[in-house]
Unconditional design. Structure first.
Length: 203
């Protein structure tokens, strides 16, 4: 494939990769190559999301892609390449996140986060019995979180897949919380939940 030669002869930091291509699939291409670059999958098929994240892709964009979602994916890749986090977020050991909150550093266990809501220039990080308000963008915070563990249900809401209780036509439930669900994200949210449950049941 032409792409093989380009990747080995030209400096590349970020690859946008479709799933269905004339000669091979994007998934098979990733499996057959030693890819060190950041990879963002772009496809109209949500059913490949889990396999993509298992291959450590940076992000997964569903067509049609909005400009806001595109920039969010690019920011995640930029954070990974540069090694720099948001001004109010500090990179920490796996499984944890430190935030600047109330003039101190607060350690948060990522598995305890239920969802994150964007409000203007701030985000609300909601845990079971606590909520932290941090000066940050939603996309800046998403870039610090494990790929595949959280999913956008709406342009202003990022939900922890493992905490979603059910998915309706226009909302998802996490405990007593109701988060809006956009039509474009519904299939991806449903698929991620089903895949997580299948993986959990096999253990």
């Amino acid at each position: 494939m032409v792409a093989n030669g380009i990747l080995h002869s030209t400096p590349v930091d970020l690859i946008f990769l479709d799933i269905q291509m004339p000669q091979t699939s994007g998934i098979e291409f990733l499996k057959s190559q030693e890819i060190v670059q950041q990879v963002i999958l772009v496809t109209a098929f949500p059913e490949y999301a889990i396999e993509g994240f298992e291959l450590a892709v940076t992000d997964y964009l569903l067509k049609p892609v909005t400009f806001e979602r595109f920039t969010m994916a690019c920011e995640r890749a930029l954070v990974n390449v540069s090694g720099q986090g948001h001004v109010n977020l500090l990179k920490q050991q796996p499984g944890y996140l430190y935030i600047r909150y109330d003039q101190r550093l607060q350690k948060i266990r990522i598995a305890d986060i239920l969802f994150i809501e964007a409000m203007a220039n701030y985000v609300h990080i909601v845990l079971g019995d606590q909520k932290y308000t941090v000066y940050s963008s939603l996309k800046g915070l998403e870039a610090q979180l494990p790929a595949g563990a959280f999913v956008l249900t709406h342009r202003s809401f990022l939900a922890a897949v493992s905490h979603i209780d059910n998915v309706g036509r226009a909302e998802v439930s996490i405990g007593e919380h109701r988060l809006p669900l956009s039509r474009s994200q519904r299939k991806l949210v449903q698929l991620l939940i089903l895949k997580k449950n299948v993986i959990r049941s096999k253990r």
